[in-house]
Design a protein around this ligand. Sequence first.
Ligand SMILES: Nc1ncnc2c1ncn2[C@@H]1O[C@H](COP(=O)(O)OP(=O)(O)O)[C@@H](O)[C@H]1O
Ligand SMILES: [Mg+2]
Length: 363
Amino acid sequence: MFFNLFGFGDSIGIDLGTATVLVYVKGKGIVLREPSVVAIDKSTNSVLAVGEEARKMIGKTPGSIVAVRPLKEGVISDYDTTERMLKYFIEKAGGRHAFAKPTIAVCVPSAVTSVERRAVEDATRQAGARKVLIIEEPIAAAIGAGIDIAKACGSMVVDIGGGTTDVAVISLGGNVVSTSIKVAGDNFDEAIIKYMRRKHNVLIGERTAEELKINVGTAFPRTMSVNMDVRGRDLVTGLPKLINVTSEEMYDALVEPVEAIVNAVHGVLEKTPPELAADIADRGIVMTGGGSLLYGLDKIIADRTKINTIIADDAVSCVARGTGNFIEYIEGGAERKKVSKKREKHAEQAHRRREKSGRRERR
Ligand SMILES: Nc1ncnc2c1ncn2[C@@H]1O[C@H](COP(=O)(O)OP(=O)(O)O)[C@@H](O)[C@H]1O
Ligand SMILES: [Mg+2]
């Protein structure tokens, strides 16, 4: 039996992130949130699992099964896998129904090429969309953060995901100045792994590194030190070892990637036209994406730029919400245009009528 979950003419926004895929359905909110991971059997080249299920298989499967993150670093390394992943998520969210072909907006990392964008568009259409819109990430992030992008007023959005950080100045619905760097949340984890190896001679896993980052990670000195015990493998003895890690250590570990992000923000500000820069100074910088939740990242950006910096509400789902709402923005825009065209036509007709009657009167 089929359930018509979406109904005709519904709007769906998909945030095709490097770390997480989120599906937003208008009126329902976020209906799906899963890691952008696909498990593939290399011997048969078949997809075994997608999303959460695929992630669970990592490290627990025989050698021929590999877990792939098709969007790692913001480029589509593997088109086929991306397509299969996208279809799976759309179907899981309830989108495949002959009578309920929805409009689907997809936000892709800004580093993807036009060929890759088209590939995503095709895959989305094949997965059952009536209409597909592909959106630039900073625009979606801005809409999701509640910024009125149509205004002639500059706003700066810094979106920090897993693989890429996007910094953009937006005005009148477009990207005025922007940059995308391949330094983001995943690089924080890598920096922590490197630090633990260098300082403690201990090898820790990716998950442990992420836990350290979330719990004691620090981008700006904390007023109160925090610490956490983690288990790793001693590189000298080869045996498990328990280590206490402090937030001061994590500050040292994270300096390099944090600096790279601060420099990217600075670089965009330098290229921003003065009037828009003044708007940004007034309104502040808005941060979105999971990576922006690293402790003190907002504080260090505020400290260096001297501009008030805030983390958007529900920063992780900002882009997905913005992508869903973008459909209304676009369709609203088309509607506005239609209305104003109608008005123009009416005005023209009225003008012609007046002219005609004027002529008649003169006769
Ligand atoms: N509380 C947190 N503190 C620090 N980093 C976090 C936190 N929550 C999530 N992250 C990080 O955010 C990144 C994923 O962000 P997300 O916006 O989902 O990425 P993407 O848009 O690329 O899929 C990961 O590197 C994850 O570790
Ligand atoms: Mg993202």
